[in-house]
Design a protein around this ligand. Structure first.
Ligand SMILES: [Zn+2]
Length: 410
């Protein structure tokens, strides 16, 4: 792969800072220099982007590639793993097309997402970088274990089983992260969203195994006890998190535990074509009592965490009802809508999202020694985050140092 460079008018680094007029040198998919003016090195080509903005590719740290976002597609009945793997590939490609160069899948059937991850890595198919947990660990009969979605869950009971199944995911399949269901879920109507499910001991066993090999643990949780349990177990990311208490927030600040508030799935109804999307979205969930009020708590919960300074991570929950691939970039827009600065939202969608996957040494910012996953824009999203929604503003996507349109036909 040739050495080439981009001379950018503005670089959004990803860590909250920006640079004016500098050169990003790229070799073999890696950034080899970020130099004011520049370049320092010799390149076969230096592309003039001095009237453009370059930022890191977006990282969506919470997606479900098996599902399309069409509510009826939550039903996996009769779909083979081979079919689902192809569907995962198409969903991943749709995310890439809007500038998401990395996705983390957080509950899939069998080997589907492991196979896709490996195929993309090996150049067998084109897509964003995939980090895969494989299936999610949940209790027997817990979330997503009923008919329609069954297969994306490994049912475990007791710390010994949790440890064993975690080891299988990590050591046989090289899972990139571990996903735990600390509580029930809105999308599993037979569970109460705020009812605790996996125990502290079960989650701690899984977390210990993941941490031994440097893998992060993301815990789906709602409600006071479930969140407390996940924090007691030492997980790295609280997913959803309605509703954090002051004590939860204090503990998260102390330990650096991040929050993936998944705003897009809760606001998905706002950009569907359904007649009465909000009601339909809610009806899908047919909520028992401990699920009541979760949607209403989303905004105040996010604002409390934001005001306190909790680390936030982009995660759309794409694939869930009305949460479609290609709409991924709504997530940072919603964060700004509810009080974040543009710069903070971009950090949540780049460097902090990379950190939530334990890959901040490789991804998430434009710095020497990192992967060259970049977006070239003709408007600055720091001046108005809606730029990320505008397909005309996103001119080019660089994946592993190469323009995606070049990869399509080679
Ligand atoms: Zn999810």
């Amino acid at each position: 792969m040739p050495r080439h460079a981009l001379r950018a008018g503005t670089v959004i680094v990803g860590d909250g800072s920006t640079l004016d007029d500098c050169t990003i040198g790229i070799e073999d998919g890696w950034i080899v220099e970020v130099t004011p003016g520049g370049p320092d090195g010799d390149y076969e080509e230096v592309l003039d982007l001095t009237d453009r903005v370059v930022m890191p590719g977006l990282i969506d740290a919470h997606v479900h590639l098996m599902y399309t976002g069409e509510p009826e597609d939550l039903d996996l009945t009769g779909l083979s793993d081979e079919y689902l793997t192809l569907r995962c590939a198409e969903m991943a490609r749709r995310a890439l097309a809007v500038g998401v160069t990395t996705v983390a899948d957080v509950a899939a059937k069998g080997n589907t997402t492991f196979a896709l991850r490996n195929a993309i890595r090996d150049g067998v198919t084109l897509g964003p970088r995939v980090y895969a947990c494989g299936s999610m660990l949940a209790v027997t009969g817990g979330r997503a274990t009923d008919g329609k979605q069954s297969g994306s869950i490994i049912e475990v009971d007791g710390p010994v089983e949790a440890r064993k199944r975690t080891r299988e995911l990590l050591l046989y399949h090289h899972a990139d992260l571990i996903k735990l269901a600390a509580t029930g879920a809105l999308s599993s109507p037979h569970t109460g969203a705020r009812d605790p499910q996996l125990t502290v001991e079960e989650m701690r066993a899984a977390t210990e195994e993941a941490h031994k090999v440097g893998r992060p643990v993301h815990a789906h949780c709602y409600g006071e006890q479930g969140i407390t349990n996940a924090l007691d177990a030492g997980v790295d990311v609280i997913v959803h998190g309605q509703s954090l208490t002051d004590e939860h927030i204090e503990r998260m600040l102390e330990t650096g535990t991040a929050l993936a508030p998944t705003l897009t799935v809760y606001r998905a109804a706002e950009h569907t074509e359904a007649d009465d999307p909000i009601e339909q979205f809610r009806d899908e969930r047919n909520r028992p009592s401990s699920s009541a009020g979760v949607l209403e708590e989303t905004e105040p919960n996010f604002r409390r965490a934001l005001d306190a300074g909790v680390t936030m991570v982009m995660g759309t929950d794409s694939g869930m009802p009305y949460t479609r691939y290609g709409d991924n970039t709504h997530d940072p827009v919603y964060m700004v809508d509810w009080g974040m600065s543009e710069s903070e939202a971009i950090r949540a969608a780049t460097l902090d999202a990379a950190a939530s996957l334990n890959v901040a040494d490789e991804l998430g910012s434009i710095e020497e020694g990192k992967r060259a996953d970049l977006l070239v824009l003709n408007e600055n999203p720091l001046d108005g985050i809606e730029t990320l929604l505008d397909p005309d503003a996103l001119e080019r996507i660089v994946l592993n140092g190469r323009f995606v349109e070049d990869l399509l036909w080679t």
